[in-house]
Design a protein around this ligand. Structure first.
Ligand code: GDP
Ligand code: MG
Length: 168
């Protein structure tokens, strides 16, 4: 039988933790100094969803998002999307809808999920719980609150997305 492989794009403003999330999920590590480039286009990890093997290819933007210069190749063939903002970066929250539209313009409908990262810094939060929930509701997206640093709910994000993709 043919294995399922899913290209996942991880979008959101710079510094919200996208590269860290990819590295955490695929390699199981977190580094504070982790820099923009991972040297490859994507990292992958295989998981089992409802008894089926799924290969997730997580595409990194290599920092181009900061210059609004993400190439078409990044979005090409994307089958799922993670929209990410940071608990301590208001602009990143305000930019979510723009990112969603961008992905839709390039890829059409793809199963997506909303992620509020850096929940370990919730004491310094600039986005309150109700606002985040309201955005998720308005965009009809499931919201996950993660800490890539503390490895909180990261696996759940990709499990949910795989599940959603398989149900298409
Ligand atoms: P990207 O620009 O979206 O790819 O963000 P990076 O993955 O490069 O992360 C930006 C900074 O945030 C780095 O210093 C990371 O170590 C840090 N970071 C990422 N995730 C978390 C998290 O969950 N909590 C905290 N406190 N820092 C994080
Ligand atoms: Mg990055």
């Amino acid at each position: 039988d043919i294995e399922t492989a899913i290209k996942v794009v991880i979008v959101g403003n710079g510094a919200v933790g996208k590269s860290s999330m990819i590295q955490r999920f695929c390699k199981g590590i977190f580094t504070k100094e982790y820099k923009k480039t991972i040297g490859v286009d994507f990292l992958e990890r295989q998981i089992t969803v409802n008894g089926e093997d799924v290969r997730l290819m997580l595409w990194d933007t290599a920092g181009q998002e900061e210059f609004d210069a993400i190439t078409k190749a990044y979005y090409r063939g994307a089958q799922a999307c993670v929209l990410t903002f940071s608990t301590v970066d208001r602009n990143s929250f305000d930019a979510i809808e723009k990112w969603k539209k961008k992905v839709e313009a390039e890829c059409g409908y793809v199963p997506s999920v909303l992620v509020q990262n850096k929940m370990d810094l919730v004491e310094q939060s600039v986005v309150n719980k109700e606002e985040a929930e309201a955005l998720a509701k308005r965009l009809k997206l499931r919201l996950y609150r993660t800490s890539v640093k503390e490895n909180l709910h990261v696996d759940e994000v990709f499990r949910y997305l795989s599940d959603k993709y398989m149900l298409l």
